[in-house]
Design a protein around this ligand. Sequence first.
Ligand code: 13P
Length: 251
Amino acid sequence: MKSKRKIIVANWKMNPISFDEAKKLWSKSIKKIEETERISVIISPPYPYLTGLKKPNSKKIYLGSQDCSFERSGAYTGLVSPTMLFDIGVSYVIVGHSEVRKRGDTDEIVNKKMHSVIDSGMNVIVCIGEEKRNDNGEHLLFLKEQIEKTFKGINKNNYKNIIIAYEPVWAIGASSAMDSHSIYETSLFIRKIITEKFKIPLRSIPVLYGGSVDQDNCKNIVKDGDVDGLLVGRQSLDIKSFTDIVSALDF
Ligand code: 13P
């Protein structure tokens, strides 16, 4: 794992509120990323900005979408299809984010979106995570079931198109991240389930951590938590914090 590039996913959520600000944030972020050697960054702006942000021809920077429909076209007012996203140069789509699940996406819907994204020629970042945890370990059973349902029917040959983002729901938008030791235990548990399911080597599918990542905790989370990278929310909107995270992970 140590020889692989670390992955950073910037999830801008419903920000910033003007295209001018989005362009500034984009260009300052990519300037910093271009200076690095050991990371890959997927920036996921809101839909309206996707076509206006020009992706440089670089193996370090990719355009991501925060969600999509599982339908490809038709009478689905307000929805955006994976085929459209692929057509405008999007390479990664986040599915199953807890904020989208809260608005109604079930594991079955997330599963359909996963299939649809992969079938459309893109890579999928699938978010999983428990809402709460206690000492008797019920969250592990919850995660196992969530993985089984969201990965239903996913072909072993597609593992190269999948990234898992472990985001404990209670740590999103919180005052502090999950501790690194618990991240280590949980990411290992997730890797074992995936390995058993697909019969692939333990680290074939990258596992990221998300939830209150900042410039101070990012390096420890990746090193001690033994994850392949990070999914960053609020701090991807603050150029100083984000560039600090980018530099910190370039090891
Ligand atoms: P925060 O980094 O703001 O906690 O958000 C995490 C997240 O939801 C990223 O997808």
